[in-house]
Design a protein around this ligand. Structure first.
Ligand code: CP
Ligand code: NVA
Length: 302
């Protein structure tokens, strides 16, 4: 059974899950495979895409989802995560959680008898990375032989992309200021995956270097949920890393622009890039649902 807290949890099955997502999106799978199943969705942070895509995805698979704001749960008043996990396991067939701390999700998964699926933590955003790779394949035809560059804050989204890119045969670079590098342990694991798969990972504060031979330019907000206290400093440090048309012109001709959303036009990305023909951000958002339906099927189908 297991849980999906990190891309590393599905290291050997990433391609299988993405193939499943392609079939599900094409309508080639059985109808309502999760009939009678329930997903609990715990949110400690705001969400538009994750909440709606999991909810609609469960419905389309024949099951249902229950939205649980952590403010309303007893967990928000101090009930132990372990008790929450054990009790929810008696009612539902899977738990999706968007949490402030990754360690809380590890705790939940440790005591849960049903699969736990991360919908973002401070460390990773695995479902986003799966949807992103589905989108890359749709637009570039394949992953192998292509390179993705993440520009900006080496955050949760960047961490999951670092793990998934080499598993699918993609090269990856990260362009970030000093002090905004991705998580060290993740980077070490990603480099192992890259060695195993013959791909390359580069982290550089030189945008010109990181954007060489790039087919996908990806960015995310400068101030992630939970980083609000550092907002002023982050805007100063990250401003040279705004993805604008000058920066896009360094990437390969035909390079696409990606962003997990929500985006702030005029900060991490200029409006003329995110609203241009190079941008595939709405395909990415839609693919959240298709990729997650594959994840739900993989973890919750008997
Ligand atoms: N990309 C993403 O996870 O969006 P939400 O925060 O709206 O769920
Ligand atoms: N890095 C962002 C992603 C939002 C989907 C955050 O954590 O707020």
């Amino acid at each position: 059974m297991g849980s999906l807290l990190s891309i590393s949890d599905i290291k050997d099955d990433v391609k299988y899950i993405l193939d499943l997502a392609v079939k599900i999106k094409a309508g080639e799978m059985e109808e309502k495979p999760l009939e009678g199943k329930t997903l609990a969705m715990i949110f400690q942070k705001s969400s538009t895409r994750t909440r709606v895509s999991f909810d609609v995805g469960m419905y389309q698979l024949g099951g249902r989802a229950i939205f649980l704001s952590s403010n309303d749960l007893q967990m928000g008043r101090g009930e132990p995560i372990s008790d929450t996990a054990k009790v929810l396991s008696r009612f539902v067939d899977g738990i999706m959680i968007r949490a402030i701390k990754h360690s809380d999700v590890e705790e939940l998964a440790k005591y849960s008898d049903v699969p736990v699926i991360s919908g973002l933590t401070d460390l990773e955003h695995p479902c986003q990375a799966l949807a992103d790779m589905l989108t890359v394949k749709e637009h570039l035809g394949d992953w192998k032989g292509h390179k993705i560059c993440f520009v900006g804050d080496g955050n949760n989204v960047c961490n999951s992309l670092l793990l998934i890119a080499p598993l699918l045969g993609m090269d990856m670079s990260v362009a970030c200021p000093k002090g905004y590098e991705p998580n060290e342990d993740i980077l070490m694991t990603a480099r192992e995956y890259a060695d195993e798969n013959g791909t390359e990972i580069i982290v550089s504060d030189d945008i010109g270097v990181a954007l060489q031979d790039v087919d996908v330019v990806y960015t995310d907000v400068w101030v992630s949920m939970g980083d609000e206290a550092e907002e002023a400093q982050r805007k100063i440090d990250l401003s040279p890393f705004q993805v604008n048309s000058d920066l896009m012109s360094i990437a390969n001709d035909g390079a696409i622009f990606m962003h997990c959303l929500p985006a702030i036009r005029g900060q991490e990305v200029s409006a003329d890039v995110i609203d241009s023909e190079k941008s595939v951000v709405y395909d990415e958002a839609e693919n959240r649902m298709h990729a997650q339906k594959a994840v739900l099927y993989y973890y919750m189908k008997d």
